[in-house]
Design a protein around this ligand. Structure first.
Ligand code: THU
Length: 130
């Protein structure tokens, strides 16, 4: 799936966002090495720290279905600005991706910018660090 289609998929799943506290809806679409697609939304909690971001929801869905190699992650929100993955999500994407994993950050109008994980998360602490 190309980047534009991944962004579209991320935008479509946003309708399932559970974000009654922030009212900030986020959707994510993850493509794995085998070509499978997994979607995710942010899922908030009255105990705010228990919230799970859309990107992590999608990555965890992929891993729990046996897909452990993430090739691309697209992110969408209602913001007029580009949305970028938070630090915790970069760490989680790094666990199942590599330097070349594509991170596609979009605006509410569908415009997107594409990065490699290495661009957004250089010098990561990972299994090679241990
Ligand atoms: N959020 C995401 O789902 N992904 C991001 O990349 C940034 C933030 C969510 C978490 C929370 O539900 C809401 O956006 C506001 O922080």
């Amino acid at each position: 799936m190309n980047s534009r289609e991944l962004v579209k998929t991320a935008r479509e799943i946003m309708k399932n966002s559970y974000s009654p506290y922030s009212k900030f809806r986020v959707g994510a679409a993850v493509q794995t090495e085998s070509g499978k697609l997994f979607t995710g939304v942010n899922i908030e909690n009255a105990s705010y720290g228990a919230t799970c971001c859309a990107e992590r929801t999608a990555v965890f869905k992929a891993v729990s279905e046996g897909e452990k190699k993430v090739k691309a992650v697209a992110i969408a929100s209602d913001s007029d600005d580009f949305i970028y993955p938070c630090g915790i999500c970069r760490q989680v994407i790094g666990e199942f991706g590599d330097r070349e994993t594509r991170i596609i950050c979009s605006k509410n109008n569908g415009e997107y910018r594409e990065y490699k994980l290495e661009d957004l998360f250089p010098n990561a602490f990972n299994s090679d660090s241990l």
